[in-house]
Design a protein around this ligand. Structure first.
Ligand code: OAD
Length: 278
């Protein structure tokens, strides 16, 4: 399939003609900025530019396991701003949900930890949360799960939770640090990521939205999509190898605007807006 014209209209035709039935979507923090959640690397507004007050050796230390063991407080200051529960999915999330409801979504790979994919109604089995999420948490030493309600209270006060395992349970007291099941640097990605990443090789269309593609192994996913399968980038800036293959389409600018244009070209715009307002 050659996209003679590198445009959204050509992408829409590819979908409407029935040639794209196994769409793989890859996302990052940029799809959630419109929901009010900062991304990481945008120069002025990104979290890494705004961590100076926390006296970190470098901004990424906030997600570094060795640093967390020595000083967990900065992570919990950040967690207070990122914690799910008060945010509403964006038009981009809802568009992915629309693809799922039309049976066209083969898999969504997200780096986001905000759980907005599930909130937007994308079925759990179609989501790979490659960097984990805030949905659960446990002790980093003995792995004892920590209750959700207690976690919410701790995060709201930016307090570091400690393991609940005690002598009363017939065990030794633990008191280890509790951490959400988010993938920190030096930690393995969930096995589901490795089980499912091969789906990028069988995709008939790839959409990449809101990511700087700077963290591996996630950043390698778009390169697994075989030519000449079209890859479409919805992002503020050009990233990774997107734009180097003949059938790549670059939709630069904010992703909700780009997605709305694609929905227009597909004749899905009213459905998209209605679902977004639900
Ligand atoms: P980044 O902050 O690195 O990149 C976000 C990308 O989205 C940038 O290219 C922005 O230009 C773009 N962007 C921002 N707002 C946008 C908008 N409204 N529309 C379109 N594009 C927009 O975020 P990620 O790529 O997700 O790890 O970062 C990857 C990982 O680095 C994260 O998962 C996180 C971090 O360390 C963990 O949380 C473990």
């Amino acid at each position: 399939v050659t996209l003679a014209e590198r445009s959204l209209a050509a992408v829409a035709d590819h979908i409407k003609s029935g040639k794209a039935r196994r769409i793989v979507v890859m996302t990052g923090a940029g799809i959630s900025t419109a929901a009010g959640i900062p991304d990481f690397r945008s120069p002025e507004t990104g979290l890494y530019a705004n961590l100076a007050a926390l006296n970190l050796p470098e901004p990424e230390a906030v997600f570094d396991l060795d640093f967390f063991k020595k000083n967990p407080k900065p992570f919990y200051v950040l967690a207070k701003d990122l914690y799910p529960g008060t945010f509403h999915p964006t038009v981009s999330h809802v568009f992915i949900s629309l693809l799922a409801s039309k049976g066209l979504l083969a898999q969504l790979f997200t780096q986001n930890i905000d759980c907005l994919e599930r909130t937007a109604g994308i079925p759990g089995e179609l989501i790979v949360e490659a960097h984990g999420s805030f949905a659960s948490q446990r002790c980093i030493d003995c792995k004892t799960p920590f209750p959700d309600d207690k976690m919410r209270e701790h995060v709201a006060r930016a307090e570091v939770p400690r393991c609940i395992r005690s002598e009363a349970d017939g065990d030794d007291r633990c008191d280890g640090l509790v951490k959400p099941d988010i993938v920190f640097f030096h930690e393995a990605l969930p096995s589901l990521f490795y089980e499912r990443r091969g789906l990028t090789e069988t995709a008939d269309l790839a959409l990449v939205l809101g990511t700087s593609l700077s963290v591996h192994p996630f950043a390698g996913l778009p390169d697994m999509v075989p030519e000449p399968v079209p890859r479409v980038l919805f992002n503020m800036e050009r990233v990774g190898s997107l734009g180097t293959q003949a059938d790549d389409v670059l939709v630069l600018g904010d992703c909700d605007t780009g997605v709305r244009k694609l929905a227009d070209a597909l004749g899905w715009r009213d459905e998209l807006e209605a679902k977004w307002r639900e």
